[in-house]
Design a protein around this ligand. Structure first.
Ligand code: UDP
Ligand code: MG
Length: 316
């Protein structure tokens, strides 16, 4: 590598007081090693974004910042979720560095993959995706739901990188492009591949959370998947329209059939089929209204142009 780059590592943290001490130490060692071998500059930073934690996360970040200028902290005024916290961090630092690597606070992402990411950056890549080589440490449930999620996203026409969460390197230029996306329902894993640029992937083994517990219970996982689909794709609407068309065609065939039955003199049976079809049509209509409502909800939020996050404090 010829020129050392100014690297910022951005880490969203929500109630991570148990994991942070270890994570901070491991990352600091890594950064120092990279400075030592001239890969990154000495004014590189580790930026923790406190996503409105209720525990001692922020006081720990502030203390680390005081003890070592390599640590920076950004504090959001309210819990806005992983994606928004990450975005807040990346957008805040994008003019101060050459590249940003985003990762989780629990060290599940192998920090040794950073070297490979930086090598790809030196090769001219603007985006380097960290991709899990295996999921041996995840529960069968997490593995299956994750696989179903990737399949579903692809089916819905969303370009998404398999087994890639939010462990990735982005150059300042790629971040600049990302900043152009002004939408409130920002689904990073779908938007980033849309940016283009030269990209690469780096494989790593995903480990266990070092401390604390997951901040992504099933409920959050489901709403994350729904967010992803409805903010990236209009296929569900198309699906409903085609279904509506199909049902309409069937009902015409049924009309012809019942007229035929009428003229051949066999009426007054068919209570069952009538009731069943009323329910079926009613259900379908409700489903369709629900899907459309989902999108209207999105439009409603977009028109408000609410800020995605508010930074309360920035320890530079
Ligand atoms: N996180 C966040 N805000 C939230 C939930 C999670 O900033 O509302 C952070 C969390 O601190 C961690 C990362 O997002 O750094 C991933 O969360 P977690 O490790 O709990 O998810 P999992 O690995 O279990 O899917
Ligand atoms: Mg985790």
């Amino acid at each position: 590598m010829t020129n050392a780059l100014k690297l910022f590592i951005v880490i969203p943290c929500y109630n991570e007081q148990d994991a942070l001490p270890l994570t901070a130490q491991k990352l600091l060692d890594k950064m120092n090693a990279l400075i030592e071998n001239n890969t990154i500059t000495s004014d590189s930073r580790i930026v923790f974004v406190d996503d409105g934690s209720k525990d001692k996360t922020w006081s720990f970040i502030a203390a680390m910042h005081k003890a070592n200028p390599m640590f920076s902290g950004i504090r959001l005024s309210h819990n806005k979720g992983h994606q928004n916290a990450l975005l807040a961090g990346m957008m805040t630092v994008r003019n101060d560095c050459d590249a940003v690597i985003s990762m989780d606070a629990d060290l599940q992402d192998d920090i040794n993959a950073i070297d490979k990411m930086l090598a790809h950056y030196a090769d001219g890549c603007d985006i380097v995706y960290g991709v899990r080589s295996q999921r041996t440490t995840d529960t069968a449930f997490k593995k299956n739901t994750a696989n179903a999620f990737y399949k579903m996203m692809k089916l819905m026409g969303v370009e998404i990188i398999d087994n890639h969460a939010d462990y990735r390197l982005m150059s300042a230029r790629a971040l600049e492009a990302l900043a152009e996306y002004d939408e409130v329902n920002l689904f990073l894993r779908g938007i980033v591949p849309m940016l283009g640029f030269k990209t690469a992937t780096v494989e790593y083994e995903r480990g266990k959370r070092v401390a604390g517990e997951t901040k992504y219970p099933l409920q959050k996982m489901i709403s994350f998947a729904l967010e992803g689909i409805t903010s990236m794709s209009i296929k569900p609407i198309r699906l409903v329209s085609s279904l509506g068309f199909f049902i309409f065609a069937v009902s015409i065939a049924m009309l012809l059939y019942s007229l035929l039955r009428h003229f051949t003199g066999a009426t007054i049976q068919g209570w069952t089929s009538t009731v069943v079809s009323i329910w079926a049509i009613g259900g379908l209509q409700l489903l369709a209204i629900g899907v459309i409502g989902e999108y209207i909800g999105k439009i409603y939020l977009e028109t408000k142009h609410r800020p995605k996050y508010i930074i309360e404090e920035y320890l530079q």
